[in-house]
Design a protein around this ligand. Structure first.
Ligand SMILES: Nc1ncnc2c1ncn2[C@@H]1O[C@H](COP(=O)(O)OP(=O)(O)OP(=O)(O)O)[C@@H](O)[C@H]1O
Length: 274
């Protein structure tokens, strides 16, 4: 169970996240939605302590995450894999090595360079990485440079890298905002698959309501740093969206800074090729 208690983050006078309290049971897939500037990224970044809370506490299975430091904090970051909008792969390295980077969190005091990276991994770790790639239908690209892959493929490599961390939680910050609708769908299916098959808790920031409704068990809607709705997808009706944001659903999604609209057509739990 992940618990956020009165979590607040200020930047000067700006309150980016304002007293957010949430309890997320293990294995839940939560979509955090909101318009630009609502505080979604700051909230996610506080969970793995990339951003420090100004007030409030984060607890995971009884451990106060917000009080961790040193090795205990590094261990927490291993438990909490992060997926970014821009994939954050090492472009000039091959795909397999990028996935193996997920194992580095399990190495204390590793001091090698990128050039010597590959030979530091065991045969078992390489097999693990290949199997994660095969799960997302990318084993055929294992030896290609990351920058030869499409955005959707790169994001699936990032998910495979996250799996190599063997995390308890995946924090996905706008994972599909840079992708076209078809790639966005494949990436959301990959996240749903690791949530359902591996039981990994997923917190996923999204701009599109239908995407959140389709893939998530629960939706948290933020506005000006606060949680305005927290419940099952069916509860976030068009009328509720208008109440919270003062605009229609189309207007909510029409902000120019938002990514491609995704209207999923595939079944919710369609497994990816194993
Ligand atoms: N490092 C920072 N310094 C100053 N202000 C910040 C910083 N990070 C975020 N903010 C401000 O905090 C508010 C919330 O930002 P945040 O990025 O968390 O929102 P968001 O909902 O993720 O938006 P987007 O969808 O555009 O990424 C915004 O007003 C933003 O300008």
């Amino acid at each position: 169970m992940l618990q956020l208690e009165g979590l607040t983050r200020r930047f000067g006078d700006k309150v980016a996240v304002d007293g957010v309290s949430l309890s997320v049971p293990a294995g839940q897939m939560v979509g955090v939605i909101g318009r630009s500037g609502a505080g979604k990224s700051t909230l996610l970044r506080m969970v793995n302590r990339l951003a420090e809370p100004s007030e409030g506490r984060i607890l995971h299975d009884g451990t106060e995450v917000s009080a961790l430091s040193g090795q205990a904090l590094r261990d927490w970051r291993t438990d909490c894999a992060m997926i970014f909008q821009q994939f954050n792969l090492v472009q000039r390295l091959d795909v397999l090595t990028n996935v193996l980077v997920g194992r580095l969190n399990h190495r204390r005091g590793w001091g090698g360079t990128l050039a010597t990276l590959f030979k530091h991994f065991s045969a078992a770790e390489r097999a693990m990485a290949l199997s994660a790639l095969a799960r997302f239908d990318l084993d055929g690209q294992a030896l290609q440079r990351a920058d030869t892959l499409s955005g959707g493929q790169q994001q699936r490599v990032a998910i495979a890298r996250a799996l190599l961390q063997q995390p308890k939680i995946i924090l996905a910050d706008e994972p599909i905002a840079s992708l076209d609708p078809r790639n966005a769908q494949v990436v959301m299916e990959a996240l749903r698959d690791v949530n359902q098959r591996d039981g990994i808790t997923v917190l996923c920031n999204l701009h599109h309501l239908d995407t959140a409704r389709h893939y998530c068990d629960r939706i948290v809607a933020m506005q000006a740093g606060r949680v305005m709705f927290d419940g099952p997808p069916a509860g976030l009706t068009a009328a509720r969206v208008r109440d919270i944001y003062g605009v229609s659903e189309d207007e909510f999604e029409a902000s120019p800074e938002m990514g491609a609209r995704l209207t999923p057509t595939a079944p919710l739990a369609a497994p990816l090729p194993a």
